[in-house]
Ligand binder design. Structure first.
Ligand SMILES: [Zn+2]
Length: 412
């Protein structure tokens, strides 16, 4: 039975997914199916942009190579699927875990079918060819989950995905592992671990849902970056800490061979970035992070294509999108900074509408992150809160009674 007849005889879902993959991704497995050279896309063909999936559904988008994006489960999830197993960047919301798991399993099965060893197509005196054509390897397990921040829509699925996975041990500890049910490893910056592990009382006091032990990061890093010590699915995977951006524990994740970067909440294509001031976020940290991403990425032509990036929320982006977002934020930052220097209060800054020309694209007057929230976060993290009214001149003067003066904003 050939792959085509297997698909025809029942694995319809798998066939449908395989058909949705970019042609390049199918080439290795479709031996014998020839395509005219003229329709073969280059390896660098840009993945298509998407519309939001229907609510409650998880949509799979092949990004490039072994890397896929899952949309619709809360934060966007980036998945690497291949011979070494599965790695996920972010886990989505808790209530979406089953659908995320189903999507991952679908990708796992599809990978197995695509990478089935070719059958010789004949038997011999000492063996039958039947087994060749019916044995497929079991799907490779989830090995790693990476949390780009401690937000509930990024870590909510940790527990279920971890428990569906597996951590391999080697060397002289293999025989000593008593807990054979240990699941996948969860990687994050240590500020994510400390935030998630503060205990039930603190979490409830802050209005957060306490996190079960199985959902906590198993491996936390505290330096500038962390990397998997070996290739995973044929490429190096590296985490970079982006300090004081969305929060104080943000990571971005680079897939070095596929040339894909998961941005976490450093960027959201449909809104201003969420700057969580209470958790150490700042506007200049976001800008430094976006500039860093632009340093790491290489466009295919002018600023388009090339390195592909998956923001925490919204659609797939390339360097042009990130540069535009960076420029927009720089302009708004500079306007607010200018108003602060002129001694304006927060209310006056809001009234001056420093983001007005971008509000149709990124602004919001309702929901958890409004334009007013954003302007307030920018104002506060630029040092605006350290100003107090000067009763003599009606302007504001730096408050020298407490706190250091605002650090000069970094510019690039
Ligand atoms: Zn988020």
């Amino acid at each position: 039975m050939t792959r085509r007849s297997i698909a025809a005889s029942g694995a319809a879902a798998i066939a449908a997914l395989a058909a949705s993959l970019p042609l390049g991704a199918q080439q290795g497995s479709d031996a014998g199916v020839s395509r005219p050279a003229s329709v073969q896309p280059s390896k660098f063909t840009r993945a298509p942009m998407i519309q939001a999936p229907p609510s409650g559904e998880v949509e799979i988008l092949p990004v490039r190579g072994h890397v896929y994006a899952l949309f619709g489960a809360g934060a966007n999830i980036v998945v690497s699927v291949g011979s070494d197993g599965v790695l996920l960047v972010d886990a989505g919301r808790a209530e979406m875990s089953d659908k995320v798991l189903a999507a991952v399993q679908r990708l796992q099965r599809e990978w197995v079918v695509r990478n089935e060893p070719p059958s010789s197509g004949f038997g011999a005196e000492t063996r039958s060819s039947v087994a060749d054509r019916h044995i497929t390897a079991p799907p490779k397990p989830i090995r790693y989950v990476i949390d780009t921040s401690a937000d509930a829509d990024h870590v909510g699925g940790n527990e279920k995905l971890r428990n569906a996975g597996h951590t391999f041990t080697g060397g002289n500890v293999t025989g000593n592992i008593a807990d054979a049910t240990e699941g996948a490893a969860i990687l994050a910056h240590e500020n994510v671990l400390s935030r998630l592990s503060r205990g039930t009382t603190v979490a409830q006091a802050e209005g957060q849902t306490p996190v079960p032990a199985d959902a906590l990061p198993t491996d936390a890093y505290f330096v500038d970056f962390y990397k998997l010590s070996h290739y995973f699915n044929g490429e190096g995977i590296q985490l970079f800490h982006i300090p004081k951006a969305h929060t104080d524990g943000d990571s971005i994740v680079q897939f070095r061979g596929s040339d894909v970067i998961a941005l976490g909440d450093l960027m959201s294509t449909g809104s201003y970035p969420v700057i969580d001031v209470a958790k150490g976020g700042t506007i200049n940290g976001v800008l430094d992070g976006l500039n860093r991403v632009l340093d790491m990425s290489i466009a295919e032509f002018r600023l388009e294509g090339g390195t592909l990036m998956v923001p925490g929320h919204g659609r797939l982006v390339d360097s042009a999108d990130v540069a535009y977002y960076r420029d927009m934020l720089t302009i708004v930052r500079d306007r607010v900074e200018d108003l602060i220097k002129k001694g304006r209060t927060l209310e006056q800054v809001k009234a001056a509408n420093p983001s007005g020309d971008y509000d149709t694209e990124y602004g919001s007057t309702t929901g958890p992150w409004t334009t007013a929230n954003f302007i307030e976060a920018v104002y506060k993290t630029l040092g605006g809160v350290r100003l107090k009214p000067d009763t003599t001149g009606g302007r504001l003067k730096p408050d020298t009674t407490g706190g250091k003066p605002a650090a000069p904003a970094k510019r690039r």
